[in-house]
Design a binder for this molecule. Sequence first.
Ligand code: ADP
Length: 458
Amino acid sequence: MPAALTPDAVLAALKVVQDPDLHRDIVSLGFIRNLTIRDGEVRFDINLTTPACPVKERMKSEAETAVRKLAGVKAVHINLTAEVKAHAGLDTTALASVKNLVAIGSGKGGVGKSTVSANIAVALAREGARVGLLDADIYGPSIPTILGVLDIAQPTGPRMKPAERHGVRFMSMGFMAPGDQPLIWRGPMAHKALQQCLFGVEWGILDYLLIDLPPGTGDVHLTLAQSVPLTGAAIVSTPQDLGLMISKKTLRMFETTKVPILGIVENMSTYLCPHCGKEDDLFGHGTVRKEAVTLGIPFLGEIPLDAAIRKASDEGVPVVADAPDSPSAKAFLEAARALAARVSVKNFDAAQGSSERTRLSRVLSASGARLSLAWADGHESHLPGAYLRRNCPCAECVSENTGKRMLDPKSVADTVTVRKSAPVGQYALSFEFSDGHATGIYTFDALRALCPCGECQR
Ligand code: ADP
């Protein structure tokens, strides 16, 4: 006789479905809600950590397949819901209803940081998230133009109301400046205006408040990092090395202020010809992705250089809202989903006490052809010695100024092996290779990012 169709049987079947970002099955993660079974019809919600989950359709279809296999199932009805978790440290009373603050930075101006911020914000809102966008880019405030909000009503009560466009609540530090004279911001003024924008605005309940920072590093970054616990920061870079080199300084600034890096977006990637729709790698598309791997930070996606993006922005409607089916809008949507997924991972990791994914449990073997590592999340990485050597992050192999890999991978023989490894603090390993090289310090984050298996490189 086949087993009875019970809630326990359904939950047991659903355990095969994994959240690929959190590396756990959706039952243990507590995603299954409101499970009912009536006359062979199984209904339940999958309650995700973000409505912008990049793999929601895949998880839904895997769940349906798993439940359909059970005897007695006539139909499966799955409802996708989402509940964005709040960043654990964020309880500054005035911002208590904002679950995640995410800074968006870049090394220099003109790389499209504001364009990317605005489009990601609108994409997240279109996915069903509650989103705010704070334009803190006092040196080049382009978001008011991109969203078509050039001014804001003066407050009638103690707090200002944000504008609302394309489902996004929006405020600009520029609106704090009196009159229409161009303003030279001095440190204390920027500090005060940022505080006003964070704590003096009725943001309401938000899943994500994105903060478009000025390019480079400076007062606004420091004030922000010191005033509120950020879930993390994303960096926008163009494929040219120069942009990336400067972005690295921004990365370091976030690291020193203990702001986690959520990932990096390559903007103005391939050129999308408006006439024939063909792509062209004008600036060497793909360099940011490679650098992300070297730096051990997540790559969030690439946005084409597309005249339609600029045109839509100039007209006050971001391309994500103006032409949602266009390739550029889809690229922004993917980046928005990847960013939302990283926020979920950070919050999940924080709830676990530390990141299990990048916490090394054991070095299984560190001599011979492969380095084998066991991670706290149960995953094992097997890294060939030559591959590890070719990805050495030391200053001899990677230019500190340009971030460019100087080591020619072909100069490393396939036969190179790891001679020995040594721990570096609580966060990294160093290796001595059979070719004598021994100067690289490989952080756990970087080693996990280098894991060559299909699952990690997906
Ligand atoms: P930043 O905030 O980094 O200073 P902006 O977002 O203001 O840069 O963008 C600078 C200019 O580049 C704007 O005119 C914008 O419309 C344009 N732009 C940004 N990203 C793209 C893109 N992917 N394709 C085409 N134009 C872009």
